[in-house]
Design a binder for this molecule. Structure first.
Ligand code: MG
Length: 241
């Protein structure tokens, strides 16, 4: 114990002398962060724009081929039965921005059938898209949930028919050469600017039935789900981390 105290004294003395010394000693000038332009309402200058409101050139059908969703009015909308779409490019660790809108007409649609879609990170892990405004469903399946794995911290949903925003930080899972899990996937999500997933650890790929588990894989496309609801998307961009 005495030894510890004695060891602390020189550090304390140094801190005191530094506070009266040269402030430049604690200034770090390199590396200089790269400049990124952040125009209002548009993607940052270093982002990969996945959908700018005009065309689906960055996308294909979930089973390949031309994506069957409709593009109009600066948005792309699910064509129920047209199957999901996925990016032509693969991604691992990313920052992702997606704006989405569930249909204004909700009559006859409840729970999981109300404005359901989803964002599939690496094609396997679903961040749920759903109209959860005054609409009950299981909590780990509502908007902002990691489907059947993680309940959002709060329900930040806007009314159906209004545009909503997800900002996502995604850390891909890592696997050893032998295929074992080295580190699980992690996700942080802001829903309309509100934190709903805080560095959440995933237990594996999304499962509708049963417990999630991992299998080894690499970088993969981002998918958007067709769940028989006319959900629209716009202003989709990604930054590779
Ligand atoms: Mg879904």
């Amino acid at each position: 114990m005495t030894g510890c105290l004695i060891a602390l004294i020189p550090a304390l003395a140094l801190a005191q002398s530094d506070s009266k010394g040269d402030p430049a000693k604690t200034e770090v000038w390199a590396p200089v962060p790269a400049a990124v332009a952040t125009p209002q309402g548009a993607a940052p200058s270093d982002a990969v724009v996945l959908f700018d409101g005009k065309d689906l050139s960055a996308w294909e059908g979930e089973e390949g081929g031309k994506p069957q969703w409709s593009v109009a009015g600066g948005a792309v909308t699910v064509v129920p039965g047209g199957k999901g779409i996925k990016t032509t490019r693969s991604f691992c660790d990313i920052q992702l921005h997606v704006e989405w809108r569930s249909p204004a007409e909700t009559k006859g649609f409840e729970g999981q059938n109300r404005g359901n879609s989803g964002i599939f990170l690496q094609g396997l892990y679903e961040l749920q898209v759903l109209d959860s405004y005054n609409s009950a469903t299981y909590a780990n399946g509502q908007a902002g949930s990691i489907y059947k794995q993680a309940i959002p911290l709060v329900n930040a949903s806007r009314p159906p028919g209004e545009w909503q925003v997800y900002d996502v930080i995604w850390k891909a899972p890592r696997f050893s050469k032998g295929g074992g899990l080295e580190s699980p996937a992690r996700i942080t999500v802001l829903h309309n600017g509100v934190l709903v997933q805080d560095d959440t650890v995933l237990s594996g790929k999304t499962e509708y039935i049963g417990a999630p588990s991992y299998f080894p894989h690499g970088c993969a496309p981002i998918g958007l789900q067709d769940h028989n609801a006319k959900v629209s998307f716009r202003n989709i961009w990604v930054r590779e981390l």
